[in-house]
Design a protein around this ligand. Structure first.
Ligand code: URA
Length: 212
């Protein structure tokens, strides 16, 4: 995918997932230095839910997949409690390269990466986009967000050429250093499952996988 989100090839025969992969990007010179590899989104390209984090951490940079470290375990557990499976949702990040010392991505880095995210969201066209933390919430909504106050709120937002329903959520890592965020995080993930209409009516909490 090109920085503007295009594939540059109308005759491409690869899968949509391949088209959504960034294989070579040198727009952010600082991140080119700090990354081991580009971390692309994972999960079905027709998922009902897309989770958007901030950017890869050390484990993600190592393994080449988003949310595979401690935050990922928190996310996976909450998904399970809401009757969802990680394999059935799409997970991606606001920037695809690890910022040095896990600092927040700069606004320039977020701008540079926005075309990739916009194309991914346009292609997947999910029922809801879950912003995991302040950085993705502000990146998607284009304004400052008080995440703790706004967690669980849903807003319509234009990202690139398409509009999406964005659910504000605290970052999973927040639950690790502030136990009071656990309930907020869990209930927001349950809200995401409701928005995707995936929770079974029998109250078993199991997702209807055939719907994915
Ligand atoms: N935190 C993020 O925001 N994204 C990841 O992929 C991992 C941790």
């Amino acid at each position: 995918m090109r920085p503007d989100g295009g594939t540059g090839d109308d005759t491409t025969t690869g899968s949509l997932d391949d088209d959504l992969c960034v294989t070579d990007c040198t727009q952010c010179s600082r991140l080119v230095e700090s990354r081991t590899q580009i971390v692309n989104g994972v999960g079905p390209t027709d998922a009902s839910l897309v989770f958007v984090g901030e950017g890869p951490g050390a484990t993600e940079d190592d393994e080449g997949a988003p949310f595979v470290g401690r935050s990922g375990t928190v996310l996976d557990d909450a998904l399970g409690e809401a009757g969802l499976l990680r394999e059935d949702v799409r997970i991606t990040n606001s920037v695809r390269c690890r910022p040095p010392e896990n600092r927040d991505p700069t606004s320039e880095e977020l701008d540079n990466c926005r075309g990739y995210l916009a194309s991914e969201l346009a292609a997947v066209d999910p029922d809801a986009v879950v912003a995991l933390g302040k950085v993705p919430a502000e990146n998607l909504l284009g304004r400052s967000v008080a995440v703790t106050n706004e967690a669980g709120e849903v807003y319509d937002a234009r990202v690139g050429e398409t509009s999406h329903r964005v659910l504000v959520c605290v970052h999973p890592a927040a639950t690790l250093y502030d136990g009071s965020q656990r309930e907020t995080f869990a209930s927001t993930i349950e809200r995401a499952a409701e928005l995707a209409g995936e929770t079974d009516d029998d109250g078993s909490g199991q997702a209807r996988l055939g719907d994915w």
